[in-house]
Ligand binder design. Structure first.
Ligand SMILES: CC(C)(COP(=O)(O)OP(=O)(O)OC[C@H]1O[C@@H](n2cnc3c(N)ncnc32)[C@H](O)[C@@H]1OP(=O)(O)O)[C@@H](O)C(=O)NCCC(=O)NCCS
Length: 156
């Protein structure tokens, strides 16, 4: 079942994200701050987030938001599937849900940013397999030798 996140989900979302072993500790801290801000005010500024839950267990999570100072540009901030459930179509389902949700709320195009580091190669393959194209590369953005890659998909 895909449903909007609630404050009681925060601990499970952080544990799920950590369990992928893709993210640095500071990124998990950032996610915690993002979720706190979401419930404090950002949910009222069109930020949106859902989980995929089976019974009481959260096995997938998505967070996205419109870009300020744009007309119709949305960005996926986070997408996570439990490591034991990856490769079974759940990420594709969550991303499709997010794109449809963004479109319903006025999105015309959807962006995803990621790192050029080797650890993100599977993630980059996932974006290419779900219809995204590499739109821009910002050299050394995250660190020397760690570029920001911006993927894009038109929604209209
Ligand atoms: C990226 C992620 C969300 C993908 O979810 P998933 O459920 O494993 O992906 P799906 O099973 O829906 O796969 C969708 C497509 O992507 C492809 N894909 C997924 N993982 C892949 C991998 N490791 N290597 C190559 N292709 C991959 C699949 O082959 C599939 O394509 P197909 O249907 O044409 O065969 C998941 O692997 C994950 O949580 N990764 C760790 C967290 C992360 O990196 N998040 C993104 C940054 S916020």
């Amino acid at each position: 079942m895909i449903r909007p996140i609630v404050p009681d989900d925060i601990a499970a979302i952080l544990a799920l994200t950590q369990s992928t072993n893709v993210f640095q500790p500071y990124e998990i801290d950032t996610l915690e701050a993002v979720l706190d801000d979401y419930f404090r005010e950002n949910s009222e500024l069109d930020h949106r987030s859902v989980v995929f839950a089976e019974r009481d267990e959260i096995i997938g999570f998505v967070y996205h938001a419109p870009e300020e100072m744009t007309i119709g540009s949305w960005t996926l901030w986070w997408i996570v599937v439990h490591p034991e459930r990856q490769g079974q179509g759940l990420g594709r389902k969550l991303l499709a849900y997010a794109e449809a949700d963004a479109r319903t709320h006025g999105a015309a195009r959807y962006f995803i940013e990621t790192s050029s580091l080797p650890v993100y190669e599977p993630t980059r393959q996932f974006y290419l397999r779900t219809g995204y194209t590499l739109n821009a590369t910002v050299t050394d953005y995250y660190n020397a030798g760690d570029d920001k890659l911006i993927y894009r998909k038109g929604l209209v």
